[in-house]
Design a binder for this molecule. Structure first.
Ligand code: CBF
Length: 830
């Protein structure tokens, strides 16, 4: 499907494509050409959107030769690639990253200036593709960036949702969701390939038959199908000439409409099939860390993995590769359980379509997958009901049953007589309804299983999959997450990047551990001054953005205390809120003077899943507290709460570099890793955090003196849980906590309405699996230490510099090296 139709005869047809000249003149020529020919307008009549689209096309032209060359080189070298299967990619804006990867930033700036245009204005025209919920999708985006930068062949596979994560607005302090129409002005970064569409089947039944060799076989007789249309995106490496591909699938009806019904006059009915098919890639499920057991969700999962496997295997067959050796060509990384249906799908292709014997197909399948688990919450591990699976994917369910039977035979052989264990390890859960435990299937099929931070991987072995880690200890490994330093330092924090490069050279951008060389400068007053000036500049930049974007005015000279992440009870935004309420209560009740407070602005950024009531109530409460505190003249200049709506990657890029304090306060043992925590530390924020997820490793690396640890650790949480958590005892024994909670209950933030936040308070006092009240005292004590340290600006800046210098480990390049060496066994193409 991708090869030339016939052998080209014209010499130009095979000549390498060249990039436009890397000069201001070359750029301007290209830009104007794109404006005229692509947008069909002259500069004087062009809109900002025209200009942005022309700019994007121009930058793409600089990447094009590299992309074509990457594809040629990879194909010719016949090397093993990584197939990253992820239902989410939270990419962020593309233009800035493409400018960085091509080193065109300065040239574009000057070139546009000559045209009377402003690069920043055009950049802000881009709507970010929000094709992910949070950490998991953003991690996928960081990983593919790193692989391209490290020259590793990788194809990312996912879904081109027509509507990404909803746009959050606030109405009277309550979250209201709006559709994310990210494609409405056109997306210049995608390359649709309808000619390479693939068909995906659903439903129907299976039947037995005897093949020509007299073998008993099964075939799937599906009931309906859809088309998967691939859209390719460039994934440019940083200044290295490599451009990998991200291929996102869009669902389309196989038949646009039923002509018979149309002719009979029922237009709506005639296009029903089309609407139905297109629903599959219509919208991203807005749940984060908790699965959605909905039929459409399973359709999405199967749709994109079926397209991706079909795509890859078709290519292999066209190129004459033997599928028996598939694992020499690809390793499919399962990003959480969302793509795990790929396992029975590969078995089905090999056995039913390619005529493999079951055992040989299983050998191949087992060597082609590896699984990353991203959670510890039991409710977040996907279980698909066998009723639904049997209805939607009957052949896959049969295959899963057979895999399970053979696996249980192995368990019984290893542990004779231990039927309880066999039942525990079965991929088929019997309660509350019969369902397939996708994490078990992934663990059985994967060559490796990894968690995403040291603590998480340990808990995964000990608590989530203990029987499996006992059976196959060598299968389990840890790869601590990482973030791309290109987007989150170089691009997001340009002045800090310049300071670092001026001090230690610019090798750190692709070798982040070199940030260690900054350590000797932590005590250097001149370096400290520059570092502080940069933080102040980042704060001013944020101030202008928030003023324009949200009408929020940030006061000058405040400690900027930031908590940005999805709203979830386990992350404990309510604990942060109780701290704010407590400060407020102490001032208004006269226990302390406002002038005793360290001037502080707390910034929240958080979306709640639309169906998650407690999370939405918490958002409402944060906004109400903000309203009260911000309008009370007593607190003027001392405490401010800001909650800009619609936190996304674009806002993160401005918010994180401005932060002084990073709030990572989940209940220990709940946050698998976190990646925001890494971005903050790399940009010089100090962390106040529990011993959870990757916080543990951040603290170990930066040192206790430069991290504000508080709260129970995981064993203490487990012990308290076993003993029985009784939140009311904390309320009764801690006056400060009681006063804060009473204030909410008495209606201080709800115009006297004592019911408005009743459910939030009731939950904290009587249920709360996440034990916020148990950590309150310790959290408040840690906040006091924060204030003490902040009062000594030299000490604070020193710690801040050391945070930057010591967190190079958290580059996603390092994560990728770990995956390559311990899981994938692929090679860079250098
Ligand atoms: O591993 C990436 C991130 O994934 C999550 O966001 C997830 O969706 N399961 C986790 O909650 C994060 O801890 C983790 O960093």
């Amino acid at each position: 499907t991708y090869g030339p139709a016939s052998t080209p005869t014209h010499p130009l047809a095979t000549a390498p494509v060249s990039s436009p000249a890397h000069s201001v003149d070359g750029f301007v020529r290209e830009f104007l050409h794109e404006l005229n020919t692509n947008q069909g307008v002259t500069l004087s009549l062009s809109s900002v959107n025209d200009q942005y689209l022309a700019l994007a096309s121009t930058v793409k032209n600089y990447l094009m030769a590299r992309w074509l060359e990457t594809n040629r080189k990879t194909r010719d070298a016949k090397v093993k690639a990584v197939g990253y299967l992820s239902a989410e990619y939270l990419l962020g804006r593309q233009l800035g990253n493409a400018l960085l990867a091509t080193d065109l930033g300065e040239i574009a700036h000057k070139g546009l200036e000559l045209c009377g245009l402003d690069l920043a204005t055009l950049r802000s025209q881009e709507v970010e593709p929000g094709l992910g919920n949070g950490g998991l999708g953003r991690l996928a985006a960081c990983f593919i960036d790193s692989l391209a930068t490290m020259d590793v062949p990788c194809i990312g596979y996912g879904i081109r949702y027509e509507y990404g994560i909803f746009r959050q607005t606030f109405v009277d302090g309550r979250q209201v969701e709006q559709p994310d129409t990210w494609l409405s002005l056109g997306s210049p970064w995608e390359f649709p390939h309808p000619e390479a569409s693939v068909q995906v089947d659903f439903g129907g039944h299976t039947e037995k038959y005897t093949d020509d060799d007299g073998r008993e076989r099964t075939r799937w007789v599906p009931a309906w199908n859809v088309l998967g249309v691939p859209y390719n995106y460039m994934v440019p490496g940083y200044l290295n000439g490599r451009v990998n591909t991200l291929r996102l699938w869009s669902a389309q009806a196989t038949k646009a409409f039923d002509l018979g019904i149309f002719n009979a006059g029922d237009y709506a009915q005639a296009v029903r099939a089309q609407t139905f098919a297109e629903n599959i890639s219509k919208v991203l499920y807005p749940e984060d860390s908790t699965p959605q057991g909905k039929e459409l969700r399973l359709q999405q999962q199967y749709f994109f993995v079926a397209c991706s496997l079909r795509d890859f295997i078709n290519n292999e067959l066209e190129e004459g590769f033997d599928l028996h050796n598939l694992s020499d060509r690809i390793i499919f990384q399962l990003n959480d359980t969302h793509p795990v249906i790929a396992v029975p799908e590969l078995m089905r292709i090999l056995v039913d379509e390619q005529g493999f014997e079951w055992d040989e197909a299983w050998e191949v399948t087992k060597s082609c997958f590896a699984y990353t688990c991203h959670t510890l919450l039991p409710e977040a591990l996907e279980v698909w009901s066998t009723e639904l699976l049997g209805r939607l994917l009957p052949r896959h369910l049969e295959i899963i049953f057979q895999i399970n039977d053979e696996f249980l035979a192995e368990v019984r052989a290893t542990y004779p007589g231990d039927e309880i264990r066999a039942r525990r390890m079965s991929m088929i859960a019997e309660h509350p309804e019969r369902g397939v435990r996708m994490a078990y299937l992934a663990t059985v099929a994967g060559t490796k299983v990894n968690g995403v931070a040291a603590l998480h991987s340990q808990l995964l072995r000990d608590k989530v999959l203990p029987d499996f880690s006992q059976l196959w200890p060598e299968k389990f490994t840890n790869v601590t997450n990482g973030v791309t330093p290109r987007r989150f330092v170089k691009m997001a924090n340009p002045h800090l990047s310049d300071l670092i490069s001026d001090t230690i050279g610019n090798g750190w951008v692709t070798d982040l551990e070199r940030l260690r060389e900054l350590e000797p400068y932590a005590d250097d007053p001149e370096f400290q001054d520059k570092f502080r000036e940069i933080k102040a500049w980042n704060k001013r930049r944020l101030t202008s953005l928030l003023e324009a974007r949200d009408g929020i005015v940030l006061p000058d000279g405040h400690l900027l205390d930031v908590m940005v992440k999805r709203l979830h009870e386990y992350k404990r935004q309510s604990l942060k809120l109780l701290h704010i309420i407590s400060l407020y209560e102490q001032v208004v009740s006269g226990k302390i003077a406002a002038s005793d407070l360290t001037p502080r602005t707390v910034v929240f950024g958080a979306k709640a899943a639309p169906g998650y009531k407690m999370a939405k109530d918490t958002i409402h409460l944060i906004n109400k507290v903000a309203e009260k505190v911000n309008n009370d003249p007593v607190l003027e200049g001392r405490l401010k709460v800001a909650f800009p709506a619609n936190y996304n990657v674009t806002l993160a890029e401005k918010l994180i570099p401005a932060a002084d304090l990073s709030e990572q306060i989940s209940l220990a043992g709940m946050e698998a890793s976190g990646t925001g925590n890494m971005k903050f530390a790399l940009n010089g924020a100090l962390t106040i955090g529990t011993d959870d997820g990757a916080n543990v490793e951040i603290r170990e690396l930066v040192g206790d003196k430069h991290f504000f640890l508080f709260g129970m650790d995981e064993p203490a949480v487990a012990e308290l849980g076993a003993k029985g958590y009784n939140p009311i005892t904390y309320y009764e024994s801690q006056p400060q906590l009681r006063a804060a909670l009473d204030m909410v209950m008495n209606g201080a933030f709800s115009d006297g309405d004592q019911d408005m936040f009743g459910s939030v308070v009731h939950n904290l006092l009587h249920q709360d699996r996440f034990m916020a009240l148990a950590d309150f005292e310790s959290y408040v004590a840690a906040q006091a230490k924060v204030e003490e340290k902040y009062a000594d600006q030299a000490a604070w800046t020193r710690s801040s510099i050391l945070n930057v210098a010591r967190t190079g480990f958290f580059s996603s390049d390092r994560s990728m090296r770990d995956y390559i060496q311990r899981i994938w066994h692929t090679q860079p193409m250098i």
